[in-house]
Write a protein that binds this ligand. Sequence first.
Ligand code: NAI
Ligand code: MG
Length: 356
Amino acid sequence: MKHYKIASIPADGIGPEVIAAGLQALEALERRDGGFSLDVTAFDWGSERYRRTGALMPEDGKEQLKGFDAIFFGAVGAPDVPDHVTLWGLRLPICQGFDQYANVRPTRILPGIESPLAGVGPGDLDWVVVRENSEGEYSGHGGRAHRGFPEEVGTEVAIFTRAGVTRIMRYAFTLAQARPRKFLTVVTKSNAQRHGMVMWDEIAAEVALEFPDVTWDKMLVDAMTVRMVKQPRSLDTIVATNLHADILSDLAGALAGSLGIAPTANIDPERRFPSMFEPIHGSAFDITGKGIANPVATFWTASQMLEHLGEPAAAARLMQAVEAVCESGIKTPDIGGNATTREVTDAVCEAIRASN
Ligand code: NAI
Ligand code: MG
């Protein structure tokens, strides 16, 4: 029997609702599989802790998480706390502190879910967006001077390093190579941004030489939005900067039916530190406490977590259960159904129990 230590950080808004659903599904998988067990420790970090103590996580938070095999994260953000405080107070310190430089965002249209794109169904849109997760536009480099004066200046500097771009490129080419189509699209904005983005293109061409069996092409990010909408079948694996991939993957999630189904994995490919798994969506104040948050994104990221831990059979079983439940029409309102979080979760757990 293998044992895995999981840190759960449900945090804010619908985070606790979807993480509870995810843990219920993971328990059902543990029982069904019998070959592994998850030892889950919950952390009460988030905006409530910030109001109480002035910090979203304790100062030694990273130390506390270090010994875990994975982190299962909900969402952070509250109406009364500025978003840059919540993001930089919890999620980014974990991603950057543990050098989770590869952010992996699979997107496909699940059976029973309708894409807003006419004539596009399951099989027509099957992408993985790889987001550089440690530098670029979100490196936190910059500052403000002359605050409040008319001449106030704010800078937000994008940092691209050869080491950082090379490692994410290698990760993306390796992932593309493992997928049936062996096809990678490299996204930049190297026409208008002529330094870091041109370096990004050059490094892509260099790394491509290490992967002769992977076909690749290049897109400017603005044209990429058009291609995603007009020619979804023409894409497979996609790699882009922190900012570009953040935006493109929200679009990808929406094109696949809802933000409520899109998962993400923040991976340290070298496994020096725990990786972190979370739904893409935020804390969704508008539906918090209503019991209708879609748990599918959290199930999907739980499946990514099992895959990362080395339990591919359980990971596949979970996705099969999710697909069967979506296809049967047990869906939350964001994807056109009228089921609650609990009903979807119970149905997925039942499908796991009944699976062979
Ligand atoms: P959001 O993702 O929370 O919500 C956007 C829209 O999608 C809302 O209408 C919401 O109801 C819907 N939605 C999201 N997840 C859903 C689910 N599971 N089921 C059904 N509907 C769902 O993004 P928003 O409104 O821009 O941000 C709200 C807060 O979340 C902010 O404080 C923001 O900073 C934070 N946020 C946190 C993230 C994280 O922790 N990784 C990511 C994105 C936003
Ligand atoms: Mg985002």
